[in-house]
Design a protein around this ligand. Structure first.
Ligand code: FES
Ligand code: FES
Length: 156
């Protein structure tokens, strides 16, 4: 089947099987490897991308289900060489260690701002229930998302 997507601002058409997962369409067909395959069982959140603005675990969605949708991955966030405010907050607050979970955490953080605005740290903590960090760097991840949320809400 052919799937038409708008990915990071560009229209693309890819030929996939009915069973191809969105994560594989992004990584293997489009060479966008920022979304990571951590667990393949929709538990870790490392594969999180935005589909029509909503955070989605891309290992739990078929590429065909995203036909006609706008997809944003971590590669699509920076503008003209400037980091997205949520990316900048992770850098400033040391919200990563090995970095494996980081793309998913950042995409989740952006969706959290859409839904909850400038959320406090307690809210961020509860929202992070579906995203795991195997380095256990949660303290700084929470700080980074809360700071990024403040920056995004202030800029809106
Ligand atoms: S790889 Fe998708 S949730 Fe873990
Ligand atoms: S920073 Fe290593 S898994 Fe989160």
């Amino acid at each position: 089947m052919t799937v038409a997507l708008r990915v990071n601002g560009e229209d693309v058409r890819i030929d996939v099987t009915d069973r191809t997962l969105l994560i594989h369409a992004l990584r293997d067909h489009l060479r966008l490897t920022g979304a990571h395959m951590g667990c393949d069982t929709s538990q870790c959140g490392a594969c999180t991308v935005l589909v029509d603005g909503v955070a989605v675990k891309s290992c739990a969605m078929l590429a065909g289900q995203a036909d006609g949708c706008e997809v944003v991955t971590i590669e699509g966030l920076a503008r003209d060489g400037a980091l997205h405010p949520m990316q900048a907050a992770f850098a400033e607050h040391h919200g990563l260690q090995c970095g494996f979970c980081t793309p998913g955490m950042i995409m989740l953080g952006i969706d959290l701002v859409r839904r909850r605005g400038a959320a406090d740290e307690a809210t961020v903590r509860s929202e992070l229930a579906g995203n795991l960090c195997r380095c256990t760097g949660y303290q700084n991840i929470v700080k980074a998302i809360a700071a990024g949320a403040r920056d995004m809400a202030g800029a809106a």
